[in-house]
Design a protein around this ligand. Structure first.
Ligand code: PGA
Length: 253
């Protein structure tokens, strides 16, 4: 029996796998990895095309989306709203992922989407992270701006229902220049908490949840949880391989 202490894992499938059959197989393998675990909550975020097909009746595994529109309805070809995905059983949504920011999402749009996620009844998983970590620390301004704009107009009471994922862009995906160290993660999480404490008040931090994402694998997952100041992980590539995912889960016991 695997017992972890209130750890949240977000599995971001990105635009994978290629077919419905493969998606159903991966989903059932993913559910098996978590069957019988305790203290873990898992949010699987498949591509939009597979969202209506993948149902989970487990309490451990829920379904999230990777994005939604900054509009509620209307003439927005190719888009889908928070309310639409909520109506098919999706309960959370990744917003502000660096790959979507790179395709045009500004901090202001991320803010709009967070508001619509709440309105539609979804839990936002807000991704923030610097493109580069420069020795002068200018990247801290980038983080501050992302957080300040994303949270503009978001009431204090909502903060505990947002999952904050620190995802340094330079550590994400195949283009990653290197892995983040748990110390770097901890530094950033402390900084993020300070920004939020300054925007609201220090007490608000107590009820909040912070995750790390970027090249998480079976070797470093445990280190981020132990030393990185986070209580969860956002996993990309490694969650497409059930063996790797299973090793990550075992390491978190
Ligand atoms: P990765 O992706 O684990 O493949 O680096 C993480 C992410 O993009 O969220």
């Amino acid at each position: 029996m695997i017992k972890a202490k209130n750890i949240t894992l977000v599995c971001n499938w990105k635009m994978n796998p290629k077919t419905r059959e493969k998606a159903e197989k991966l989903f059932s393998q993913t559910k098996s990895v978590f069957a019988g675990t305790r203290g873990l909550s898992v949010i699987v975020c498949p591509p939009i095309a597979f969202l209506p097909l993948l149902k989970s009746n487990s309490k451990v595994v829920t379904i999230g989306a990777q994005n939604h529109s900054a509009y509620e309805e209307g003439a927005h070809t190719g888009e889908y709203s928070a309310q639409m995905i909520r109506s098919i059983g999706v309960t959370s949504v990744i917003l502000g992922h660096s790959e979507i920011r790179a395709a045009g999402d500004t901090n202001e749009l991320v803010n709009e989407k967070i508001k619509l996620a709440f309105k539609g009844g979804l839990m936002p998983i807000l991704c923030i992270g610097e493109k580069k970590r420069d020795p002068e620390g200018f990247y801290l301004h980038e983080l501050k701006e992302q957080i300040t704009v994303a949270l503009s107009g978001i009431p204090r009471a909502k903060l505990s229902t947002i999952l904050f994922a620190y995802e340094p862009v330079w550590a994400i995906g195949q283009a990653a220049t290197r892995q983040t160290t748990p110390e770097e993660c901890l530094e950033s999480i402390i900084f993020i908490k300070k920004i939020i404490a300054d925007l609201y008040d220090p007490k608000v931090i107590e009820g909040m949840r912070f995750l790390y994402g970027g090249s998480v694998d079976e070797k470093n997952a445990e280190l981020f949880i132990k030393f990185g100041g986070v209580s969860g992980l956002l996993i990309g590539r490694a969650c497409l391989d059930p063996k790797k995912l299973s090793k990550i889960v075992s390491s978190l016991k």
